[in-house]
Design a protein around this ligand. Structure first.
Ligand code: PEP
Ligand code: CO
Length: 453
């Protein structure tokens, strides 16, 4: 089964003939070319067959038989890279998935914003720091977040660091998810200490206890849970924004089985809100790769544009190939989303409708820190569910920025983080993330919304 257009003139570098926004200008093009060459020689991080499996699983989401949880950092960091932080992020994703699955009875497809989420689109090319205007931070694959002029110069050798960090992150994730850590009998151990004493931690414990009981019951009934059972392993797919096209191009390989091109830097790639111009370089790149693709859709996108995006990215109308990730903001979602869904439904395009309740709800706190309020995040999800309910379409998933750490970056939530607490543990390299407690709480709320359908 073909998954893309096989447009004859597409090749991994064909985006270079299109207008590209948000790309760095490397100070020395020859050095960058040398790095691309090296990246082209490095092993793929994922295999085409895995990406095809994800497309099929997303087809189940299109059909309303599964739900997609996509979650992880806004920007992974070269400075915050340890086994513990990977493990803790995985724990929260697994916990959220358990809460969602148990609470809704629907299979949950797990996709991390992890093992490659290093490049950031920015609203402004410069940033005011003290009395200096500095080039803006564009993610650790491009430059440094430290606000000094030298650090902000794009450095192509960072692509090699990003590749190797992605490889070791993915290696550990594969070990954790396939080697016993993600076994459902470990469901209690994913609850971190600081969580277990909190209300939502206890709520999670109650579910974990019920899962234990169910497993004991099945064993007692003679169900063989020892071998090859899906209970012992989970599939966690990886994803990131396909922003830095030179790197993505260099990671794109032809599958020997099908002859199709795949971007082997991750299973799932998405095009961001700032780069989805229909004639632009980022859409051009995405049209030709066989991976499942996402596209962010903000409040300014018209229904016609969304259908054009569907035509460009999924001309063969393969279910699971395309996920539209709406990020409207809590105040716009109920007005702006319905005309888009109606138009896409009329067009007959099969899509996963996913809600990113983070990026339309960012604001500067009084102290100037970027933040989001938990109530706005939840409010956008509620609006998204209400819209889908009224149109009879399937709310296919959520897309959130989170960390396993006990950070204070988003306001409100069950621990009710206040403005003055933001500086306490504000460690994000880019956007404010939900902490573990806020994430689990959100999963309970989403499970309730799913159940209420
Ligand atoms: C992101 O997902 O981190 C992001 C920048 O999103 P958007 O393109 O929707 O603004
Ligand atoms: Co972000």
């Amino acid at each position: 089964m073909a998954t893309t257009s096989h447009r004859g003139d597409w090749h991994p570098a064909s985006w270079r003939d299109r207008e590209a926004t948000q790309l760095p200008v490397w100070p020395d093009a020859a050095v960058a070319e040398g790095v691309y060459q090296q990246v082209r020689g490095l092993p793929p991080l994922v295999f085409a067959g895995e990406a095809r499996r994800l497309t099929r699983a997303l087809g189940e989401v299109v059909a309303g038989r599964a739900f997609m949880l996509q979650a992880g950092d806004c920007a992974e960091s070269f400075d915050d890279f340890s086994a513990d932080s990977i493990r803790d992020k995985l724990k929260v994703i697994l916990q959220m998935a358990v809460v969602l699955t148990y609470g809704s009875g629907v299979p949950v497809l797990k996709v991390g914003r992890i093992a490659g989420q290093f490049a950031k689109p920015r609203s402004s090319p410069t940033e005011r720091v003290g009395d200096m205007d500095l080039p803006v931070f564009r993610g650790h694959i491009i430059n440094d977040d430290v606000p000094v002029p030298a650090g902000r110069i794009p450095d192509p050798t960072r692509m090699l660091t990003a590749y190797h960090q992605s490889a070791s992150t993915l290696n550990l994730l594969r070990a954790f998810t396939k080697g016993g850590f993600a076994d459902l009998s470990q469901v209690h151990s994913w609850n971190q200490e600081f969580l277990s004493s909190s209300a939502e931690g206890r709520r999670y414990e109650a579910i974990a206890e019920e899962i234990d009981r169910a497993l004991r019951f099945m064993r007692a009934c003679g169900v063989d849970l020892t071998t090859d059972s899906p209970i012992h392993q989970v599939d966690l797919f990886t994803s990131h924004e396909a922003l830095l096209l030179g790197y993505e191009e260099a990671m794109t390989r032809q599958d020997s089985l099908t002859g199709q091109w795949y971007d082997c830097s991750a299973h799932f790639l998405w095009v961001g809100e700032r780069t989805h111009q229909i004639e632009g370089a980022h859409i051009e790149f995405a049209t030709g790769i066989g991976n499942p693709i996402g596209c962010k859709i903000g409040p300014k996108t018209s229904p016609d544009e969304v259908v054009e995006i569907c035509e460009a990215l999924n001309p063969e109308r393969t279910p699971g190939r395309l996920t539209l990730i709406s990020r409207m903001g809590v105040d716009a979602v109920r007005d702006k989303l319905p005309p888009l869904i109606r138009k896409v439904s009329e067009s007959g395009h099969p899509v996963v409708w996913q809600c990113d309740p983070m990026h339309g709800n960012t604001f500067a706190s009084e102290s100037g820190r970027k933040t989001r309020h938990f109530d706005d995040v939840l409010g956008e999800i509620q609006g998204y569910f209400a819209v889908h309910r009224s149109l009879g379409t399937w709310p296919g998933g959520v897309h959130v920025e989170l960390t396993g750490d006990d950070v204070t970056e988003c306001l409100g939530g069950i621990g009710d983080i206040l403005e003055e607490q933001l500086p306490l543990r504000y460690t994000t390299a880019c956007d404010p993330r939900l902490n573990a407690r806020q994430s689990i709480d959100l999963a309970f709320r989403v499970a309730e919304l799913l159940r209420a359908r």
